[in-house]
Design a protein around this ligand. Structure first.
Ligand SMILES: Cc1cc2nc3c(=O)[nH]c(=O)nc-3n(C[C@H](O)[C@H](O)[C@H](O)COP(=O)(O)O)c2cc1C
Ligand SMILES: [Mn+2]
Length: 533
């Protein structure tokens, strides 16, 4: 284990293989194979000069505009509540409306971009692909990579190794994010929103919070909201189960001041990576580099040793003093559709703010679903489906319906092979990373479209005998869940809505589902074509 940690810390070509293997739960055999492969491909690295990376958030804004996915708002709008009301109306439009660029934000010097990820199409655009499923397919291929047995396979694997090569971030000496050093840091220059009427204040909603594990040096980048306290202080809302919070607890044990850097903007893939549920120890900038097919260039902060993406729009450099008294953060109108009530959190002290000359401030709002974050969460699930399938090859598909706000409801379809198979999958999912938060897991048969909530409800109601098919269990819960009797811990239910087979406390034959013959369907299609001519 220590060996793996130190490899992650000093990531060289080979360590990438190790890290990715860890990410996907692969063993060492594959690791070594990828290592060998990386060495053998160095000579053709030139081929890899193709990229989908965005140079800046402004570059992404232009691409959104060119794709007809952007509305510019030239009139002055107040970041206090007004931006939320406009953005919320947009996010509630069919298929997520358009991205919004607020060009004049009352009291601030910078434009604000919101809803940039808030549709299936824009989420794909942000990741530089036609369709997010293309990434899942590519990742699935990577996971299945075996030593080549033919020249054709070798060429295909060459591509695979090149993809991984982009994962490694690159240190650079300077970057546009440091073009302007704010004289005396003042957050008031940024269009930080107060989102909902009962919010405790203004909140930075889409930050990349960068910290390092004090023991291993491994970087973490998490999206944790930051409530503004004054021009140079915010709260840091890393929740109990998140990696930033674990780093902070470790600094507290060591009685050491914790350097923190917060980056905003840059290639839109960064904020997506910061929200993705990667295992502790995996650098989100590796995922970003892999996705954008270009290593993320990292530049050192001026006041501490942390590195930030060189092309981002703003950098807030500072620290958290783990010995400082906690104060109450919130309330905040949250993902759950309810306000999260005040809870104690640490404070982030800003020492220096730098920004691009033409910086764009990225934001989002959370609240009653569906919201922009639904598309981010869905993209994460799509991309990591092959990883789930590596661990559970019976899993066909997974959906987190918008109504369930991520962890409240997960629907999974399986190829059922033995009695109580559905229950094995439930327990497995509850044991995987942030899936531990899931309150309700519904398992259906492989022929069910998990993304069609109506179809899922039909199977759910038709196929269950509640006494036999529902299990209760307990475990860690999302700290945002206001319904659990205590914070961070609660009960869960698993519902087996698959067809029942012999050995499953079922003494009756299971009836077939009603379906028309394919032949008849074809004939009728033909018939109707003639009839309507
Ligand atoms: C818009 C948005 C806001 C979020 N705000 C928070 C937050 O305030 N605190 C938190 O712990 N997680 C928050 N999350 C979820 C984390 O970003 C997510 O769980 C991420 O995987 C955590 O990364 P980590 O495992 O590196 O800690 C937010 C996610 C989104 C999409
Ligand atoms: Mn992480």
């Amino acid at each position: 284990m220590d060996d793996i940690r130190s490899r992650v810390r000093h990531s060289s070509g080979c360590d990438l293989g190790t890290t990715w293997s860890r990410l996907v739960g692969l063993g060492f055999e594959t690791t070594e194979f990828i290592c060998r492969f990386q060495v053998s491909v160095v000579c053709v690295l030139v081929l890899s000069i193709y990229g989908m990376a965005y140079d800046s958030l402004r570059d992404f804004v232009q691409k959104l505009a060119a794709a007809g996915e952007l509305k510019r708002i030239p009139v002055e709008v107040d970041p206090v509540l007004e931006i939320t009301e406009i953005a919320d109306r947009e996010m509630k439009l069919p298929r997520g409306g358009q991205a919004l660029l607020f060009e004049k934000c009352k009291g601030a010097q910078f434009p604000l971009l919101i809803n940039a990820y808030g549709s299936t199409k824009r989420m794909a655009l942000a990741l530089g692909v036609e369709n997010v499923d293309d990434i899942a397919q590519e990742l699935g291929g990577l996971l299945k990579a075996k030593p080549p047995t033919s020249f054709k396979e070798a060429i295909a694997l060459l591509g695979t190794a090149l993809e991984l090569r982009h994962a490694k971030p690159k240190s650079v000496k300077s970057g546009p994010c440091q073009e302007v050093v704010q004289p005396g840091p003042d957050l008031a220059a940024l269009p930080i929103q107060k989102c909902w009427p009962q919010d405790a204040g203004r909140f930075i909603c889409l930050p990349l919070v960068i910290t390092r594990d004090p023991d291993t040096g491994a970087r973490n980048v998490g999206c944790y909201r930051m409530q503004m306290i004054d021009g140079r202080t915010t709260f840091m809302h890393w929740q109990l189960h998140k990696t930033g919070a674990r780093h902070w607890r470790r600094y507290r044990e060591l009685k050491k001041r914790m350097p923190v850097a917060v980056a905003l903007g840059g290639d839109p893939v960064y904020a997506f990576a910061a929200t993705a549920p990667l295992p502790d120890g995996i650098d989100e900038m590796m995922l970003a580099g892999y996705l954008r097919k270009k290593s993320v260039e990292m530049v050192k902060c001026g006041t501490n040793d942390l590195e930030v993406p060189a092309d981002c729009d703003f950098v807030l450099e500072g620290y958290v003093d783990p010995e400082e008294k906690l104060d109450l953060e919130g309330p905040f109108g949250d993902h759950t559709g309810y306000y999260t009530l005040p809870e104690p959190y640490p404070k982030f002290h800003v020492e220096r703010i730098t920004h691009r000359r033409d910086a764009v401030y990225p934001s989002t709002i959370v609240g009653m679903p569906p919201m922009e974050d639904f598309y981010m969460g869905t993209a994460s699930v799509r991309i990591f489906l092959p990883v789930f399938q590596m661990n559970f090859n019976e899993i066909v598909d997974i959906a987190l319906p918008a109504e369930g706000v991520f962890h409240n409801l997960v629907v999974v379809s399986i190829k059922k092979q033995f009695p109580y198979h559905a229950m094995k999958v439930m327990h497995g999912l509850w044991g995987m990373g942030q899936m531990m938060f899931t309150k309700i897991i519904v398992v259906v048969d492989e022929d069910v479209d998990v993304h069609n909530t109506s179809e899922v409800l039909f199977r759910l109601t038709a196929n269950i005998d509640p006494d036999r098919d529902i299990i209760f269990t307990k475990g860690p819960a999302d700290v945002l869940d206001h319904a659990t009797p205590v914070m961070g811990f609660g009960s869960k239910i698993g519902i087996d809505a698959t067809h029942k087979i012999k050995g499953e406390a079922n003494s009756r034959a299971w009836p077939p589902i009603i379906k028309m013959d394919e032949g008849v369907k074809k004939r009728v299609d033909e018939l109707l074509r003639h009839a309507t001519r």
